[in-house]
Design a protein. Structure first.
Length: 255
């Protein structure tokens, strides 16, 4: 819920196909406060029906009172590959909180890959992080996330992470993971890093894909890989990520 003190930064990103079959990317960033930090899309590559976009942070992220909203829409037949130039750090909020909300909509035959970088929840931070995905039949998604609880040598902050994915209106993955200095050691067995890769649709809809290690098959098709570690490299899921991207279909700029 928004409060009067929230600094809202909303990023909208839309990928469509032109009549000539090329991918067109449109974006907009709106701020409730000119000092609010935001995420700005920068187009890196456009090729045929696909585009590659970097989500570049502008300002210090993530501070108390920040409310970052990212809306991504990929229309029928288009492909969008999102990358991040670096990780995000949620800093000590001294009793306050912040929000990070992602809403994704994929049309029929649309493809989205999102290579997320580490999201660090520092001691004293309190974050509500939500990812909501609505996919049409025939769409494909590959999503990578790394959650780091606490910077090196410090206890974890507090985060509630929610993921909700539907395909043609039917739930494919619904998950809520509340982690704080008390619950994290119990739920994660002393680990502080959670790596995750999600593949839904594309080749993943037809049966198991990628390595069996760390893989959980979703009832309605697709796979979730998850690995715990004490450091980020220990939770790396590089092989699973490559499999998820391949299941979505190789981008136009890969030989």
């Amino acid at each position: 819920m928004l409060t009067d003190t929230d600094r809202v930064a909303r990023t909208r990103l839309r990928a469509t196909l032109t009549d000539a079959g090329r991918c067109r990317v449109r974006s907009a960033v709106t701020l409730s406060d000119p000092t609010a930090p935001s995420v700005r899309p920068v187009v890196m590559t456009q090729e045929r029906a696909a585009a590659r976009v970097s989500l570049v942070p502008e300002g210090a992220l993530l501070l108390a009172g920040d409310a970052v909203e990212i809306d991504v829409e990929v229309e029928a037949g288009a492909r969008l590959d999102l990358v991040e130039p670096g990780g995000t750090v949620a800093y000590d909020m001294r009793g306050a909180a912040a929000r990070w909300s992602v809403r994704i909509t994929l049309g029929p035959g649309a493809v989205l890959t999102w290579a997320g970088e580490p999201f660090v929840v520092s001691a004293g931070a309190s974050v509500d992080r939500r990812t909501s995905v609505r996919m049409a039949d025939g769409a494909a998604l590959a999503l990578r996330e790394t959650l780091v609880l606490g910077r090196y040598g410090e206890p974890p902050g507090r985060i509630t992470q929610r993921t909700d994915v539907t395909v043609a209106g039917r739930p494919a993955l619904v998950e809520e993971m509340p982690l704080d200095p008390t619950t994290a050691p119990l739920l994660l067995g002393g680990h502080r890093v959670v790596g995750a890769v999600l593949a839904v649709g594309g080749a993943a809809a037809g049966g198991p894909v990628g390595p069996e290690r760390d893989r959980y098959l979703l009832e309605r098709g697709g796979a979730l890989w998850r690995r715990l570690g004490c450091e980020a490299h220990e939770a790396d899921l590089g092989e699973a990520w490559r499999a998820a991207v391949a299941a979505a279909g190789e981008p136009a700029w890969v030989p």
